[in-house]
Design a protein around this ligand. Structure first.
Ligand SMILES: [Zn+2]
Length: 233
């Protein structure tokens, strides 16, 4: 027949497994939430790149509109020049047309640069888009894996619970009661520990001779007076 201690150790083993599954089950939703946040920030990054590109386009459109306005003004002045009778007016219009034409030419160079910036920007945006889509695909893949793992863990959890119950069923009541009390207090595993060199191997403190003398009775659990764990020799 198995000794209460070997039954306790078997139960503890099952409980440790159950606790590990429980911890994984608890952390999975947090992991999914964190990955979802990463997806959101990847999407946000792309939206920022897109807005940057749109502002390049808007800037170029403004330039074009401004230049067109100036060109229309030049055309109007040319018409006036043909109609004017006074030489002074003619010369003044001519000067103004020359000044505006020079400005149009400057504007055209700036606009050309802006168009080149747009071409580069469009390519960069496409690259960003591909990168972002790639990152999101990987992140979604991770979420999918976690969800798959979760389904598996849920069934493992049920099995582990059954195994704990089965191991509990084999224990003498007095041992189960002592063990459950420690386990329910939330103490970290192991809660069934060796007594070695007059010390409890759970807290590594010296055990008094009074407590140590209780090892002579195998039908009673011996608890460490410092940390409350069940000790065995
Ligand atoms: Zn102890």
């Amino acid at each position: 027949m198995n000794s209460p201690i070997s039954l306790l150790l078997a139960l503890q083993d099952k409980d440790v497994k159950l606790a590990a599954i429980k911890a994984k089950l608890a952390s999975a939703p947090i992991e999914i939430q964190n990955i979802s946040k990463e997806i959101e920030s990847a999407e946000k990054r792309f939206e920022e790149h897109k807005a940057e590109f749109k502002s390049l386009e808007a800037k170029a459109a403004n330039m074009r509109a401004e230049r067109k306005q100036l060109e229309e003004k030049i055309a109007k002045y040319r018409k006036q020049m043909l109609e004017t009778k006074k030489n002074d007016d003619y010369l003044a219009l001519n000067d103004e047309i020359n000044r505006m034409s020079a400005k149009v030419s400057d504007m055209e160079s700036v606009e050309l640069q802006a168009m080149m910036d747009i071409d580069v920007g469009r390519e960069t945006l496409e690259e960003h888009k591909a990168e972002c889509e790639h990152d999101i695909a990987i992140l979604n893949g991770r979420i999918w894996e976690i969800k798959e793992q979760l389904a598996r863990l849920e069934s493992e959890y049920e099995d582990a619970q059954e195994q704990v119950a089965e191991a509990e069923g084999k224990l003498p009541e007095i041992f189960l009661h002592a063990y459950s009390k420690i386990r329910n207090s939330g103490k970290k595993f192991p809660i069934v520990v060796k007594y070695d060199g007059e010390k409890c191997c759970g807290c590594f403190l010296k055990v008094s001779p009074e407590v140590a003398s209780k090892f002579s009775d195998p039908d009673q659990p011996v608890l460490c007076e410092q940390c409350g764990r069940i000790m065995y020799t």
